[in-house]
Every structure is written in structure tokens, then in C-alpha cells.
Design a protein around this ligand. Structure first.
Ligand SMILES: C[S@@+](CC[C@H](N)C(=O)[O-])C[C@H]1O[C@@H](n2cnc3c(N)ncnc32)[C@H](O)[C@@H]1O
Length: 258
């Protein structure tokens, strides 16, 4: 998901579902030296900068120059925030540096999430907290079901998985945290979208963008452009249906570096 529109979508997403409560819940405090890995447009970095205050520091890291420009724009005037262009799983940042390492909606894209998580752990000071926030089955929970969507779902999910994107990364995090050796691992579940009735225009626009972005992968998987477009249209109809209920969750997992 690249482009300016995606950067603005990330800012709108944070505005609709602020992360400050989850940052506090997982231990981010005033004075902390924190990292936001895969900071995107800087929406969460802003909340982190507020929580640590001018006596703390935040390093915002992303692999995309375009995102870092947007993030710098968001954080203009926050002298305790710095930026670095770096990529998981090898950020090249110095180890044992941070009291708190945050990474949201990034591991879902990575084929080797355990290696990336080990890198997040390396960045934390001994006793520091590593926190990963992720989707789990995003967009799948809807009632009533549409026959066209249900018929297309296995094709859609297989094609998505073939890109390396893991729609179910959230449920795997607890085991991964333990596997890499993080201790005191805790899991928090919170709502992401709760849509009773018609989705708002923002959510519908997000999904139109997603369907368009995925077309190069999905059209060959569905066999014909028309079949994919029918699937997308049926999904958007469920989202817009005033009678339908849809929801999705965020799983936020925290662990301590030994
Ligand atoms: C869906 S956005 C999430 C942004 C932000 N964490 C948030 O919650 O708003 C994913 C971000 O991760 C970045 N990203 C993807 N793969 C990455 C990698 N291997 N290393 C660093 N950043 C990465 C992308 O450039 C993008 O800005």
C-alpha cells in the first residue's frame, strides 16, 4: 500500500482509533526513550511524543522516504523526536537503546516476522518493553454473509497469503514473543472497527482503495477481472448494508527484554 493517499489514510485511521490508551497500557511513560518502528505518517509517533514529553525522546523509523516526509511534517516543532530511514529485520540501529519499542501494522507485511521481532528485542534495553500491535482476520467478521463474498473468500485469502501478507499475524504474536525469548508476555484485545449498519464513507473509501491496489494480484487469482470486481462489489455492499454488522479487532502484545 504505497502513495500519498495511504499516508493520509493512516492519519485518519489513528484519528478514528487513537492509540494513546494502548501506549499507556503497555507502559510508555514520561521520560522514556522510545522507538516507533514502521512509523508511517507519524500518527502514533505524535501520541508517543506527547506521552514521553520533552524529557524523553522518540526515534521514528520507516523504510519509506515518502512516509518519513509525512511523519516529519506531523512532528514539526517536536525537538525530542528524530527520524531514521531503516528497514526491518535489519535496522542497523544500535542495540540496547530503548525503554520502549513500538511496532504497529508492520509485521503483517513481513515473511519472517520472528526475525523482525528479534530485531525489535535487540533494540530494547534489558528490562525494556517490546510492543507489537496487529490485525487478526481484519475485515472477515460480517453478518449476514453474502454468498458472493463467501464463495470468493478462499481465493482472496490464498492470493493475499501468496504476497507474504499475513491477515492472521495477530494470533501468532503471543507464541512468537515467547519463541524469541521475551518475558512477561501479555496480550490485549481491543476493537478496531465496530460497524453496526452502514459503514461511513471513510471505511468504504479505504476498502475501494484496497481492492484497487490488490487488483494486479487478485485478477489472475479470480481468473477474470469481472469475477474479482463482482467479489469487491459484493463486499462493499455488505459494508454499506444498514442491516449488517461487521467488526474487527487489534491485538497488542507486549513483552520484556531479559
Ligand atoms: C500500515 S503502515 C503502519 C504505519 C504506522 N505504524 C501506523 O500504525 O500508523 C506500515 C508502515 O510500515 C512501513 N514498513 C513496511 N515494511 C517495513 C520494513 N520492513 N521496515 C520498516 N518499515 C516498514 C511502511 O513503509 C509503512 O509506513
Amino acid at each position: 500500500m504505497e502513495g500519498q493517499a495511504e499516508g493520509h489514510r493512516l492519519l485518519a485511521q489513528e484519528a478514528a482509533n487513537p492509540s494513546a490508551a494502548r501506549l499507556r497500557l503497555t507502559g510508555l511513560k514520561e521520560g522514556h526513550h522510545a522507538a516507533d518502528i514502521g512509523c508511517g505518517a507519524g500518527a502514533v509517533t505524535l501520541a508517543m511524543a506527547d506521552l514521553v514529553g520533552p524529557g524523553g525522546a522518540v526515534v521514528a523509523v520507516d523504510q519509506s522516504d515518502e512516509r518519513l516526509v509525512l511523519a516529519q511534517d506531523q512532528l514539526r516543532g517536536a525537538a525530542h523526536v528524530t527520524f531514521a530511514r531503516a528497514s526491518l529485520p535489519n535496522t542497523g540501529l544500535p542495540g540496547e537503546t530503548f525503554d520502549y519499542v513500538w511496532c504497529q501494522f508492520v509485521l503483517e507485511y513481513l515473511r519472517t516476522p520472528a526475525v523482525a521481532l528479534a530485531e525489535l528485542q535487540r533494540l530494547a534495553k534489558p528490562g525494556g518493553r517490546v510492543v507489537v500491535s496487529e490485525i487478526d482476520g481484519f475485515g472477515l467478521a460480517c453478518w449476514p454473509e453474502s454468498p458472493v463474498v463467501e464463495a470468493g473468500k478462499p481465493i482472496f485469502l490464498r492470493a493475499l497469503a501468496s504476497t507474504g501478507f499475513d491477515l492472521f499475524i495477530g494470533r501468532k504474536l503471543y507464541g512468537l514473543f515467547r519463541e524469541v525469548g521475551l518475558s512477561d508476555v501479555r496480550v490485549h484485545l481491543s476493537p478496531f472497527h465496530v460497524t453496526a449498519g452502514s459503514a461511513d464513507e471513510q471505511l468504504l473509501a479505504d476498502w475501494r482503495t484496497r481492492f484497487d491496489t490488490l487488483a494486479p494480484v487478485m485478477v489472475p487469482a479470480f481468473g477474470q477481472e469481472a469475477a474479482y470486481r463482482d467479489f469487491a462489489r459484493a463486499y462493499l455492499e455488505v459494508l454499506a448494508d444498514p442491516q449488517a454488522f461487521k467488526y474487527s479487532v487489534i491485538l497488542t502484545v507486549e513483552g520484556t527484554r531479559r
